[in-house]
Design a protein around this ligand. Structure first.
Ligand code: SF4
Ligand code: SF4
Ligand code: SF4
Length: 333
């Protein structure tokens, strides 16, 4: 197994004065092409390790007024209107079965490249006739492990709370998939030469313009409340205090993995609904290096894959450059 490089100086998120969204120090203007060019000189696997560790930081504290969502699992009726709204707002391919088809509940699903959110059904230990439904999507961590693991900083934690990714930077290494404690980022296998990670972005364009996430808007049961994270925590505490028979005394996401922007309250223990409950109440960032190091594929198979991807992308870029030059010559004639 390749040696894990020594940790580099931590990077901090900073307000980017030229842009609405913050960037990490030292990454402005650094794109996939730069990465690939540099990788060709330095050597793929070593560089990947260096950037992965450079991204791991103790200082990704986010912004105090950031937004979030609170999902009240006692209200969800499993109608999947949220899935439908997400599909439409993100222009995703239509599913093979309609959103009214309850057969999807036979198995537990995870978000995919074609569905950024999914709803799963669970037995209700308190009432067999009334199942519990759980909506799953990116939890928009305060200090996202996906961002810390990404070798080329394709992820950004925005001051609004949403965790975004830049498909132009992503080159499909899938470090983020391994690092995410909630198994969220999905791989778009249909783009073989232009592989991309995809996930929920908390409807960032909508919330930036004063709207709310499409799934929250579409929910007929009022299951999802959008607002400032700190207000959502107060609301959750109030609900739990006022109706202790309805809720367990736990806001999932208040502290898990260092806190998330998308949080949940429930009538049954979260482990009964497949929430990971063995993750630490601190950012996963500090765990990421060790976690990645424990996955041999990252440091053994990956460099070979990197070489193949790099060759394919370079070939494609060369073709594009040739095409550009030829078309310029055509114009000049
Ligand atoms: S849930 Fe996973 S993909 Fe979403 S921000 Fe957290 S680490 Fe990243
Ligand atoms: S916030 Fe937007 S992208 Fe995320 S699950 Fe809801 S509709 Fe989909
Ligand atoms: S739209 Fe609301 S009630 Fe329907 S499945 Fe989604 S979260 Fe549950």
């Amino acid at each position: 197994m390749a040696k894990i490089p020594k940790r580099l100086a931590p990077k901090k998120y900073i307000e980017n004065k030229d842009s609405e969204t913050p960037e990490r120090e030292g990454t402005k203007g650094f794109n996939r092409r730069d990465f690939l060019k540099t990788a060709a000189v330095v050597g793929g696997s070593a560089l990947i390790g260096s950037y992965a560790t450079a991204s791991a930081s103790k200082d990704l504290s986010g912004w105090p007024d950031r937004y979030g969502c609170l999902t009240d699992l006692t209200k969800c009726v499993g109608c999947r209107s949220c899935e439908k709204a997400c599909n439409e707002v993100n222009n995703l391919p239509k599913p093979e079965t309609s959103f009214d088809d309850g057969s999807v509940f036979k198995e537990k699903r995870r978000p995919t490249a074609k569905a950024y959110t999914v709803v799963n059904r669970y037995k209700n230990p308190k009432d067999e006739g009334t199942p519990i439904y759980r909506k799953v999507q990116c939890n928009h961590c305060n200090e996202p492990a996906c961002a810390s693991a990404c070798p080329i900083h394709a992820y950004t934690k925005t001051k609004e709370g949403a965790v975004l990714y830049d498909p132009e930077k992503c080159f499909g290494c899938r470090y983020c998939m391994i690092a995410c404690p909630f198994y969220v980022p999905a791989y778009d296998y249909e783009s073989a030469l232009e592989p991309k990670i995809v996930k929920c972005v908390m409807c960032y364009d909508r919330i930036k313009t004063g709207g709310i996430p499409a799934c929250a808007e579409a929910c007929p049961a009022g299951t999802i409340t959008f607002g400032k994270r700190k207000d959502l925590i107060k609301l959750a505490r109030k609900k739990i205090a006022e109706t202790p028979d309805r809720y367990i005394d736990h806001i999932y996401g208040e502290h898990e993995a260092g806190g998330t922007s998308w949080m949940y309250i429930s009538g049954v223990p979260f482990e009964q609904l497949d929430f990971p409950t063995n993750i630490p109440n601190r950012p996963i960032i500090e765990e990421t290096k060790g976690f990645l190091g424990a996955v041999p594929v990252v440091f053994t198979v990956w460099p070979a894959l990197f070489g193949m991807c790099y060759a394919a992308l370079r070939h494609r870029e060369t073709m594009e450059e040739d095409k550009d030059q030829n078309s310029k010559k055509g114009v000049e004639k």
